[in-house]
Design a protein around this ligand. Structure first.
Ligand code: ATP
Ligand code: MG
Length: 192
């Protein structure tokens, strides 16, 4: 199985669809957000560092994230396809991912971008706040995360297009979770 990078703004559904992809294709899954939240819960040094950034809607430093990602990747058997959910989020992270994989004789596989309008994202995240109580799902922090997404992460979309691996799926055209999921599976099977 090829690697998959699932890409999109906060609340675009990266985690939700990753779980469905993992269940269907038996892939590995690395959610950097989940890794960091587990560290916070366990009260580790990394968790303490992470909390300051996350509560402020900011990204952690690239060097730190790149180490975390490589460690997580190496826990899977070599060659098992992995879904990268929440990584890369900056161009240096993307360059580092490409290099880390190349050093292991692997490649990035395909990138799937979930395009969702900001009013829909805000509504989803506020709803998630009620259901899951994530500390960074409050209106003020969400706005900061959107701003960070626009300035640091969104430019990566073009970077992936230049790599020739970008696949864009738009919520406005697909309109339901089922339709989105079907489009994701079609994209994966076209490239597999
Ligand atoms: P969603 O889970 O709905 O897609 P999200 O993308 O904002 O929302 P996570 O991916 O869970 O949420 O990330 C939560 C926070 O963890 C980010 O706002 C950031 O502070 C930190 N984080 C996660 N991944 C990275 C990364 N690759 N680089 C830097 N910081 C990260
Ligand atoms: Mg997530």
């Amino acid at each position: 199985m090829k690697n998959i990078i699932i890409f999109g703004a906060p609340g675009s559904g990266k985690g939700t669809y990753s779980d469905e992809i993992v269940a269907k294709y038996n892939m590995g899954h690395i959610s950097t957000g989940d890794v960091l939240r587990a560290q916070i819960k366990a009260g580790t040094e990394l968790g303490k560092t992470a909390q300051g950034y996350i509560d402020n809607g900011q990204l952690l430093p690239d060097e730190l994230m790149i180490d975390i990602l490589a460690d997580a990747y190496d826990k899977f058997p070599a060659g098992k396809g992995v879904i990268f959910d929440g990584f890369p989020r900056t161009i240096p992270q993307a360059e580092a991912l490409k290099k880390m994989l190349a050093e292991r004789g692997h490649d990035m596989g395909m990138m799937i971008e979930l395009v969702v309008e900001e009013d829909v994202l805000m509504a989803r995240l506020l709803n998630r706040a009620k259901e899951q109580g994530r500390a960074d799902d409050n209106e003020e922090t969400i706005k900061k995360r959107f701003a960070v997404y626009h300035s640091q992460t969104a430019p990566l979309s073009e970077w992936f297009a230049k790599e020739g691996i970008r696949n864009t799926l738009a919520w406005a055209e697909l309109g339901s979770k089922e339709a989105m999921l079907e489009a994701i599976f079609n994209t994966i099977e076209k490239q597999a």
